[in-house]
Design a binder for this molecule. Structure first.
Ligand code: AOS
Ligand code: ZN
Ligand code: ZN
Length: 431
């Protein structure tokens, strides 16, 4: 049994206050869905089965290069981060796993960390290596790259860091490694594009060779930042070519903020599914670039269309299709726990809404080239408010009908501020 961080009675009381209105809303949604031939019970069970992981770096306040505004009561170490993740899971009930970032959250005793997580009812998702900044005094610098650096010794150091991640991951029960590098150039001519990619392949091949059986390695491409002229793994096509070259353990990871403006991400997702190389997602939202805003806050229809591709692949039982889902956001102006709870709900919402699509009718529209009715078919699903169904999925699992309101009622952050005095510098979110 997981040790609850918040008093379960408080959650029950908050739910009881909302019970009457909620029951009416859930009943009405059930009736509406039934008229369309959809079963609310089956959909609620689908919602309950859906999960998205939380990044260990997401529970600290994030920032930009112009600064960070920490709030009181932030977690000061990886154990307090786990406690915060457990609060998100207790209320949202679709975030049972944590994705660990090394060295930001390097555990001194991985087995103890695994035990602490299990005590809170949490497990570990993909490991994340960090070779995009210098963190250990005396180590070789990543200023001009890591896995693709011109200096072999720097590349070897970066490979070794990834191997350390795998070792920690083995001890805490993870089965995947996500590799994102900041390697690239700020000036035309700075990098020899082909040689840099050759070095990337050489380094990632060495990492791949160390993956235990049953493990996956996810390659995360990114168009720009911190390098602003070119990056080595710049787009999904390059990522696909590398993943194919590296073999079956290696797959592509799509971070929604890592593409050129207006790129059709859902079509990229469908390509990777078709090519058998879709490994997973970093969910967030953006207006301009890698803004790392809350999922579903800017382009919820895009998120729905991405899930339309994912649910379609699930429905059609595409071989080997089992993508990993993670939130990758920077919470600069909100309480990170509130953002994580509501973002997890938005991703789950997109999944459930995509499950409402009348696939047979859509296929017919596509055959007849009926563009207008095809869009209408998608919109029928997208415009259905499934909020009561999501709330029911949480309630049944012991979570909150309204997670953010319940979190505020718990005064968790204020209580953390008392027991987590500032002083010790905490590693925040993404800065
Ligand atoms: C960077 O832009 C990538 O999205 C990374 O996946 C992630 O944000 C990072 O590993 C956390 O620092
Ligand atoms: Zn990412
Ligand atoms: Zn990013």
């Amino acid at each position: 049994m997981a040790r609850p961080v918040l008093d379960p009675q408080l959650v029950a009381d908050e739910n009881a206050r909302r019970a009457a209105d909620f029951a009416r809303d859930f009943g009405e949604l059930g009736a509406r869905l039934k008229r369309r031939g959809l079963e609310v019970e089956a959909l609620t069970q689908r919602a309950q089965a859906f999960t998205v992981a939380i990044p260990s770096w997401g529970v600290g306040t994030g920032g930009t290069r112009f600064g960070r505004f920490p709030q009181s009561g932030e977690p000061r170490d990886v154990y307090e981060k786990l406690e915060d993740c457990a609060v998100v899971q207790q209320l949202a009930r679709c975030t049972p796993a944590v994705s660990l970032h090394v060295p930001w959250d390097r555990p001194d005793d991985p087995r103890r960390l695994k035990g602490a997580a299990a005590d809170l009812g949490l497990s570990f998702d993909a490991m994340n290596s960090n070779t995009f900044e210098d963190h250990t005094p005396g180590q070789r610098s990543y200023k001009f790259g890591s896995l693709t650096h011109t200096d072999r010794a720097v590349r070897e150091q970066a490979v070794a860091q990834n191997l350390e991640c795998i070792e920690i991951g083995k001890a805490i029960g993870s089965t995947a490694l996500t590799v994102w590098i900041g390697d690239g150039g700020n000036f035309p001519g700075q990098l020899h594009f082909r040689r840099a990619l050759d070095r990337y392949l050489e380094s990632t091949r060495a990492i791949c060779a160390a993956l235990p059986d049953g493990w996956k390695m996810y390659l995360e491409h990114k168009l720009c930042e911190p390098a602003f002229y070119s990056t080595v793994l710049n787009d999904w096509g390059t990522s696909y070519v590398c993943a194919k070259e590296l073999g079956p353990k290696c797959l592509c990871l799509v971070d929604l903020g890592h593409h050129a403006p207006n790129v059709n991400i859902e079509s990229i997702v469908s390509r990777l599914i078709q090519l058998g190389k879709l490994g997973g997602f970093h969910f967030n939202d953006s207006k301009y670039s890698d803004d790392d805003l809350d999922s579903g806050s800017i382009k919820p229809f895009q998120l729905f269309l991405i899930f339309h591709e994912l649910v379609g692949a699930e429905r059609e039982k595409v071989a080997g299709f089992a993508p990993a889902y993670l939130l990758d956001q920077s919470h600069n102006v909100t309480d990170p726990l509130e953002s994580l709870m509501s973002s997890a709900g938005e991703v789950q919402r997109a999944y459930v809404k995509a499950s409402l699509v009348d696939a047979a009718r859509l296929a017919e529209c596509q055959e007849r080239n009926d563009a207008l009715l095809a869009l209408q078919t998608l919109k029928d699903a997208y415009e259905t408010d499934v909020s009561p169904l999501l709330a029911e999925a949480r309630r049944r699992a012991g979570g909150a009908i309204d997670p953010v309101a319940t979190f505020r009622a718990s005064r968790y952050r204020a209580r953390c501020a008392e027991r987590r005095p500032a002083g010790k510098r905490t590693s925040g979110g993404i800065v």
